[in-house]
Design a protein around this ligand. Structure first.
Ligand SMILES: NC(=O)C1=CN([C@@H]2O[C@H](COP(=O)(O)OP(=O)(O)OC[C@H]3O[C@@H](n4cnc5c(N)ncnc54)[C@H](OP(=O)(O)O)[C@@H]3O)[C@@H](O)[C@H]2O)C=CC1
Ligand SMILES: O=C(O)C1=N[C@H](C(=O)O)C[C@H](O)C1
Length: 256
């Protein structure tokens, strides 16, 4: 069986270095290109890349994806910063490139994927929900992509259950004291030396609190998800939002 030809964009970064190691060690993959900020995207086509992994920066990722999609290269994207508008633009490019697949994974770690699923499942039972995400101080964006996606999923579940706005009597607060509100869910961002990537989803009801916490202790925790995305995305044309859609179809059917 021929090996998948993989390129990594952002190869010198914290995640990129780890991904170069993981792809290099995978028997079914060949690392054909590693790109940094100053490399031309044409390197991807010259190297014959079939899948490009993007681990760069919110300012760079859309340009990278436009090039990949237009040149028939599948994308596995860990980079954050995807708004509804960006996703619509990406869907437009994909509509003109039948057969090309792009995975946008807010988080590649299985524990974080499960955290989001558990949070979605719990949301309808509690009147209050807030998120605390905690990361290393080198992180460029806040709130994290994972926290933003989690808040959206919690909000969707609340709306489907007919829950209204959260109780909150605050009428006077310093800017930022109540966090950033994402789809009605307050999200608090901590940046602290020593941390890697962590998240708590807090739910409150009458006399009880449920806390769902996940900790990535190192960036190796993301690599099985990166490799899974590379292996599967070629068989899933169009946009896939979230690693859960590439896992076994029934493995995350928590409501079933
Ligand atoms: N989905 C997931 O599971 C995870 C996602 N992430 C996300 O991945 C992204 C990268 O994170 P991290 O590795 O910590 O960040 P780093 O800042 O460590 O690395 C980013 C890399 O991208 C490069 N880069 C920046 N701009 C460009 C560009 N225009 N073209 C090509 N390369 C570029 C940087 O190059 P240079 O060194 O020259 O600046 C650097 O090597 C972030 O958005 C982060 O949130 C992180 C962890 C897990
Ligand atoms: O920048 C990071 O480190 C991470 N970014 C992603 C995010 O914003 O959610 C995933 C993980 O939290 C690590």
């Amino acid at each position: 069986m021929s090996k998948q030809r993989v390129a990594i964009i952002g190869a010198g970064g914290r995640m990129g270095v780890e991904a170069v190691r993981a792809v290099g060690a995978a028997d079914d993959m060949e690392l054909v290109a590693t790109l940094g900020r100053n490399d031309k995207l044409e390197t991807l086509t010259e190297a014959g890349a079939e899948v490009a992994v993007d681990l760069t920066h919110p300012d760079a990722v859309m340009g990278n994806l436009e090039f990949c999609v237009r040149h028939g290269i599948h994308g596995v994207v860990g980079t954050t910063g995807f708004t509804d508008e960006r996703l619509a633009t990406l869907r437009g490019w994909l509509a003109e490139a039948p057969g090309v697949g792009v995975l946008i994974a807010p988080n590649f770690s299985i524990g974080a994927v499960l955290t989001m699923q558990f949070a979605r499942q719990a949301a309808r039972f509690f009147e209050s929900a807030e998120i605390v995400e905690l990361h290393h101080p080198g992180k460029a964006d806040a709130p994290s992509g994972t926290a933003t996606r989690t808040a959206e999923m919690v909000a969707e579940a609340r709306a489907a259950a007919g829950l209204g706005p959260q109780p909150d009597a605050t009428t006077s607060a310093l800017d930022g004291a109540r966090g950033a509100v994402v789809a009605g869910v307050p999200v608090h961002s901590v940046r602290l030396s020593g941390l890697v990537a962590h998240q708590e989803v807090l739910f409150g009801g009458d006399g009880e609190i449920l806390t769902i916490r996940h900790d990535s202790m190192n960036r190796g925790s993301f690599m099985p998800g990166v490799l899974l995305g590379i292996r599967r995305i070629g068989g899933v044309p169009g946009l896939t939002l979230g690693l859960e859609h590439l896992l076994d179809p029934h493995s995350l059917d928590l409501d079933g």
